[in-house]
Every structure is written in C-alpha cells, then in structure tokens.
Design a protein around this ligand. Structure first.
Ligand code: NAI
Length: 706
C-alpha cells in the first residue's frame, strides 16, 4: 500500500450529522459526567461539553484514512487539536468539510503521520470548531517524505497547580461507544487479544473527555463556553477501571498545560496537552471589500438590503429598472440613483444602474457595472420583481411571459455573468428570491408562482455547480410591506412588516460565514423558518416479474402518500440511492415476492439486481476489477461484479480469479447497502472480511452511488 499523495489539499466532505440534546447527554455520561456536572447531563439549562466536538465528527477520521490510503490495520489516533469558535448548541445539524494537509515520514519501520484538518459549521450558520487530527499510520512509513519536527511543548518540571482524580468504570467503553466510535478494539475480547492487548482498551477520546471535564472544573467551572483551544497527544493505552489523574499547570492568563496519567502505574496516557480559555470577542458580520449587486434595489426589500450591505462595508451596485409595479413604462434612473446617493451620504460606496434584468444584455451590463466600478462581484441578490395577477382563466400569454421574464429569466441573465466572475475568483454568495405564493400556492398568481418555483430549481442545481468554487446559493421567501404588497395585505399587518425584518436573514446568506447552500428560508416580521421539498419514505409496489397494477398502486396509496419521516435530498443521486435501498429492505423484498431464507430473512438478490443501475461510469475510467461477494446466511449466496471498459456487469456465482472477495452475513450486507452500516465500520468491526486486493475493494464506494 502506498499513501495517496495526490489526496493532499483536496476537499473532503461535507459530512453532515444531525444531533439531538440526548446525544450530547449520552456523550457526557460516556466520559464520566453525572449529577456533579448536571449542566451536561440534564436537559434543563443544558450545556454541551466541548469535547463532544470530536466525538461528533469522528467519522472524518476514517474518511481521512481512506483518502490517504493508509493501511487500516496500522492506524492509531496520534494527536488531536481543537479550536473552538462558538459554543456547541444542544441540537441541530453539523456540517464538516476538511482536507488532508500533511504527510510526515518517520522512517520505513517507524510509520507515517497523516494530518487532516476540518471546519465544522452548525445549522445556525456559525462556525463551531476547527479540528486538526494526526493519524499515526504505523505501516506506511518510508515513502520518502520529510520527518516531523520535534515537539515544541515541554511539560513543566514542577508540581501541577490542579490534580483531578477520576476512575473510568470497568464498563466505560460500552457507554462511550454509543456516541459513535464502535471500533471492536474497545469492546471485543478476541479482537483486543489479536491486537496485542489483554482486554478491550479505553477509547483515547473517552479519556480525552474525562480530561476536558477536569479542565473545565478546575479552570472555568460552570462556563464551558470559555474553552477556546484543547490540544493533546495520545501516548499510551489505558484499561477501563484504571484510575487516572488529570494534571494541570496554569501558564499565565487563559492558558494551561495538562496531561493525563495512569494513577496506578504513573504512565502518561495523554501528553503535551495545551488549553486556552477566555471570553469570545463579539463577532460582527462584515462585508468589507466585498462587492455586491442587488437587483431591484430602488425601493422595498432591495433598497433595505443595499443600505445594510453598504453600512457593513460592501461596495454596492444598486440596480433598478424604475418601471411600474407591473413592469410597464420606459423605466427611470431615479430610484437606483436615489438609493446609491443615500449610501454615499452615509459614507458608503455605491453605483447606480438602471438596466433591465429581463434581457440578456441588461444582465451583462449590470455585472459589467460592478466589474468596472469595483473590479469584481462577490455577492448577488436577485431581487427585482413585478406582479401581473390574474386568475388562470384570464391569464394572457403576455402577462405570463412578462412575469417569467423578470423573475426567472431575470435571475438567469444576471447570475450567468456574475457566476463566471465568482467562479474565476473561487468565491461567491448568491441569493434568489422566491415567494410563499410559489412554495405553497396563491390564488391569482399562476405566472408569479411558476416563476418563483423556477428559481428554486435554478438554485438547486446552481448550488451543486458552484460548490467546488465556494459559491453558495440560497433562496429567501420574504414577507414585507412594499409596493408589491401594499394592496394585498391589511394595513395594520403591513405596519409590522418592515423590510428591515427580512434583511438580517438575507445578509446572513450573503456572508462569508454562511455555511448553508441550497436552502430556502421564509423571513418576515422577525420570524424565520426553513422551507424544503420533503420526500416521504414511500412503498415498493413492483411485482417480481411484472409491472405493478393500477389497483395495487391505489391500494398502497396511504403509504405512498405519507410524509412521516420525510427527508430532504441534496441532489438527485441521493434520492436514487434511497430508491435502491428501498429494494434492499425486508418489506420490499417481500413485496417483490423474493425467495426467503430458511429463517425468514429476505434474499439479497434484489440488491445485486439493482447494482448496475447505481454504477457510475464516470468514476470507472481505467478501472478493471472483479469484486466477488460471498454473502452468508439465509438469503445469501455468491455474486460477482465485473467492472471493465467503464461498464459493470453482475453475475450470479463465483468468479475463478476475483480481484478481491468481500465476505459478509446477509443481514450486515443489507444494513450496509441501505446505509445503516458504514463500510468502514463494517470492516473495523469484523463484519466485512476482505480477501485479496483490499486497496481495490476501496474503489467500490467510488464506483457506485449510495
Ligand atoms: P418592490 O416593488 O418594492 O421592489 C421590486 C423592485 O424591482 C422595484 O423597485 C422595481 O422597479 C424593480 N424591478 C422590477 N422589474 C425590474 C427589472 N426588469 N429590472 C430591474 N429592476 C426591476 O417589491 P418588493 O416587495 O421589495 O419585492 C422584492 C422581491 O421580493 C421581489 O422579487 C418579490 O417578488 C419578492 N417578494 C416580496 C414579498 C413581499 O412580501 N414584499 C413576498 C414574496 C416575494
């Protein structure tokens, strides 16, 4: 095996993880917290123990290892550095992206160090923490790289200022592993023996959590949100039930050194710990040196966006055609000029532009105005809009076309040249403007609703195309008093609907800090929520060798119609993966009339039948391999999958010269294919045994959509 040097610097992830307050409590219990630290263990006034950070993104450890192509049999978690930017909320979704940053060569028989860094963002838009993990790859040394410099941290030669005693229970790993790291080494007697230990050992990160509690208790009692940085090196294994001491030396204001020792043997278990703590300076979201285009900014919401962007440092192109509410009229420079003048009077920078978004030339000229005045485009808010309401029976082609032209085509005309400029610079924030009328329907607005939902489709795909250039595309569904709503909402309601209530959300989506892309938010009166296309779990109605009948579909309508446990998808392949997984579920197999094993388990045949449909020829250039599957247990059997010439064929039975053979029990195989069991976890826990070329087996994840 050779380290994959080409993987250095390539983006890894995003990995997303939903978590609930119970996950944070389970973690705290897993690292020894109890009644004494009730702030971590009781949902009332709950706080999150900061070391939860690393347990929450631990999947990245395996991703780093796979991308680096390390020999999995020789990996250990060597060092861990965590920098905290904001306290971890008690629930939400974490999104983590990372990259491999360094490989160090300790020598042929001494192994290699593989370093991966990642940033984790919360669904509230805040960057929570940065992690730097060092993996010790014992079997990958001698590749000719530079050696790591000697450590710069020297532990003090004096008595520690604080010593916190604790004893993880004999069963501690059983509780800790429920937070995600289910590696067999910490639970399985035979596996531990094979790895050279007398019994399962503590997770290094579990001991790390004990240390985190001790540090908080000693240095910032009751205020875990003050933890800024926690670094350490894992030096020796610890057995559950052995007493530990966390030794802490204060090193000036807001800084301490620490280590954990085995109190029985004196052996240092975690070494060279560094801790920084203190209050976070108040953070202001700024747009200094950013160039923003706001279309339709001569009044209403657009004006409010432009003023606030400029107040926070952006240079703004204030675009407005200056026509009537229904888009008629020759246009006027006055509305855009007035807002630009307002910005300048307040000390900001702006240029006015009165081009029409509804034409390709208009879109080009708006972007050109930004390039000429300020040299680039970082932010685009597609906001311009008109209304021509009529019930559908009275909708004329002209009214239909005019509304589509301004909203949907208009966004296309401006975004196309702006996207080019953003792509070239590797940075962009784009906001589309939809409407509740499009998302949910509104009588008399078929043209407007169609255009507004068209913008959601535009966002969905542009989000995917922009991702690798750091271009994030989101959509706002505002509700505000403006000339568009002046006669459709009651005056007393309009009074409470100033555009300024919408501005903060739209500006969040324009900020560098914006962690989301492809999302839709309702915003009005200070109330915000996310809207999304949700897909229900559905039902497999396909017969074994025949199409489902109309009656069968009608009979299954309740299940097909249900949105219980509905999901949002990031792209079409995610939805396709669930479609394939649906055929791997026991219910589906039964519905499809497949053969059952002796004990009633479903056959895995449907999964292999569906496999060619999940094949990704674009990922198979130059790949020639035969993957043999030997699935044991009821419903199992032998199948092999031949990949050559960017094609894939699945054949029942055994191949005489497979590249590698994957051995699994049927139930585990089905769990893995339906996404309930991660392949690396299956491998690490011994549920997946690979014979032959293990390296080639790692291609499977790339060759097939999940
Ligand atoms: P507004 O009428 O005050 O602002 C729209 C601006 O777009 C106007 O100043 C208009 O001159 C400009 N405009 C129209 N056609 C243009 C063109 N072809 N080229 C350049 N500029 C053009 O209305 P409001 O409410 O501020 O609307 C802003 C956006 O928010 C629109 O896209 C609207 O559909 C959307 N929206 C507004 C809601 C609300 O409650 N106000 C509800 C849902 C969506």
């Amino acid at each position: 095996m050779a380290l994959n040097l080409a993987a250095l610097g390539k983006p890894i992830g995003p990995v997303t993880k939903d978590y609930h307050w119970k996950d944070t409590v389970l973690y705290a219990l897993g690292v020894g917290a109890g009644f004494e630290e009730i702030e971590f263990t009781y949902e009332k006034n709950l706080k999150v123990l900061p070391s939860f950070a690393i347990a929450a993104v631990f999947d990245l450890f395996f991703l780093f290892c796979t991308e680096a192509n390390v020999d999995l049999a020789g990996i250990l978690h060597g060092e861990q550095q965590l920098t905290f930017h904001h306290p971890i909320p008690t629930e939400g979704t974490l999104k983590t992206t990372g990259q491999l940053t360094h490989y160090y060569d300790k020598g042929k028989d001494k192994g290699a160090l593989v370093v991966g860094e990642s940033d984790t963002w919360h669904s509230n838009g805040k960057k929570l923490f940065t992690s730097r993990m060092t993996m010790f790859a014992r079997r990958d040394g001698g590749f000719g790289g530079e050696n790591v410099s000697p450590p710069s941290i020297v532990m003090p030669d004096r008595k520690p200022d604080f010593v916190v005693e604790d004893t993880p229970s004999k069963d501690q790993p059983l509780l800790y592993r429920l937070s995600g790291d289910i590696f067999a080494l910490h639970v399985d007697q035979a596996f531990a023996a094979q790895s050279g230990f007398e019994k399962p050992i503590m997770h290094g990160l579990c001991t790390h959590g004990f240390a985190c509690r001790a540090l908080i208790k000693s240095l910032m009692p009751g205020r875990p949100e003050q933890l800024r940085r926690m670094d350490c090196r894992f030096s020796r294994p610890l057995y559950p039930g052995e007493p530990i001491q966390t030794q802490i030396w204060q090193e000036g204001e807001g800084r301490a050194l620490w280590r954990v020792v085995n109190a029985q043997t004196g052996a240092v278990v975690i070494d060279r710990g560094v801790l920084e703590y203190g209050d976070v300076p108040a953070h202001q979201i700024r747009f200094d040196n950013r160039v923003a285009i706001v279309t339709g900014a001569g009044g209403g919401l657009g004006r409010a966006y432009a003023l606030e962007l400029a107040r926070r440092g952006a240079k703004v192109v204030v675009n407005d055609f200056g026509g009537a509410r229904d888009g008629t009229g020759a246009g006027s420079f006055a509305p855009a000029a007035k807002v630009a003048a307002e910005i300048e009077a307040a000390g900001g920078q702006a240029v006015a532009n009165d081009d029409n978004v509804a034409t390709p030339e208009g879109g080009e000229r708006i972007v050109q105005a930004a390039l000429e005045a300020f040299g680039t485009v970082d932010i685009l808010i597609n906001n311009a809009g008109i209304l021509r309401d009529k019930s559908f029976a009275k909708m004329t082609p002209a009214s239909w076309q005019a509304v589509i032209d301004v909203h949907l085509n208009g966004a296309f005309h401006v975004t196309r040249p702006a996207f080019e400029a953003m792509k070239a610079r590797g940075y962009g924030r784009i906001v589309m403007t939809t409407s509740a009328a499009g998302l949910y329907g509104n009588f008399g607005q078929t043209n407007y609703a169609a255009a507004k939902m068209g913008l959601v489709g535009l966002m969905n795909t542009l989000n995917l195309e922009g991702a690798k250039y750091n271009i994030r595309v989101n959509t706002i569904a505002p509700l505000a008093a403006s000339r568009l709503t002046a006669d459709v909402l009651p005056p007393e309601l309009l009074e409470k609907m100033q555009p300024e209530y919408v501005v903060p959300m739209t500006l969040c989506l324009c900020a560098e800090e914006c962690a989301v892309s492809g999302h839709i938010y309702n915003a009005g009166m200070g109330y915000f929520n996310r809207a999304a296309v949700v897909t229900g779990p559905g039902a497999v109605v396909a017969g074994r060798d025949q199409y489902p009948t109309v009656e069968e579909v009608a009979a299954a309508m309740d299940r097909i119609d249900s949105l219980a446990d509905g999901k949002t998808y990031g792209q079409v392949s995610d939805q396709l993966a669930d479609l394939l997984a649906a055929f791997a579920s026991p219910d589906a197999a039964e519905a499809a009339g497949q053969e059952k094993g002796a004990r009633g388990e479903p056959s895995v045949a449907a999964v292999f039948e569906a496999l060619p449909g999940a094949f990704r020829p674009e990922a198979a250039t130059g790949v020639s391999a035969v993957f043999q599957y030997r699935i044991s247990g009821a419903g199992g059997g032998d199948w092999h999958c031949i990949v050559a010439d960017r094609q894939c064929r699945v054949v029942t039975g055994r191949h005489d010269r497979p590249t590698c053979t994957l051995n699994m029990a049927a139930a585990d195989f089905l769990a893995m294919m339906s996404g309930r069991l991660a392949p690396l976890q299956a491998f690490n826990s011994g549920k997946l045994i690979i014979e032959g070329d293990i390296m080639k087996s790692q291609l499977i994840e790339k060759l097939f959509k999940r």
